[in-house]
Design a protein around this ligand. Sequence first.
Ligand code: URA
Ligand code: SF4
Length: 185
Amino acid sequence: MEIDLEKLEQEVRQCSKCNLCKNRTNTVFGDGNKNAEIMFIGEGPGAEEDKEGIPFVGRAGKLMNMAFQGLGINREDVYICNVVKCRPPNNRTPLKEEAVTCLDYLRAQVMEIKPKIIVLLGNTALKNILGDSYGITSTRGKWVEKKDILYMPTFHPAALLRDESKKIDFWNDLEQVVKKYNELK
Ligand code: URA
Ligand code: SF4
């Protein structure tokens, strides 16, 4: 199983299927436990992630790590990745065609890791994975079940950096995730 993910990561390193390959320093495939029960999906690499090749290592990632610590989630136990594996210029939202092109990799990651729970961080992850009819404001905090996977949409941690008042909802949503995970064990 791991071999497949490693092969895929190598493939992503060489990928030039969309224009985002042009400005990247490193591809950012994913990080964490390949047997994780919980998977977190963000939008795409930022500057720090592009530099290091690891997801969520910049400011948003530090905030997420703090929440993980508070909730007793070990980053090494979960798996973290993004909708697109290459940094969009100036951290803009990935275009639909970029997201759709890259989504094959994310689908393969989900198939290999087989998480029970997927946390969708923000609108880009939500819309590209569950569909454009969903919106984060109305869907966050509510479980969506699809093909034996439980999805919890919540705010992107970068949104919390812009608006502190979102922190409580984010925390409550992750608390629900921990509770559900313990129930499923
Ligand atoms: N924002 C994301 O969506 N993903 C990262 O990896 C970092 C910041
Ligand atoms: Fe390939 Fe995805 Fe990078 Fe586009 S964003 S070049 S599809 S790995």
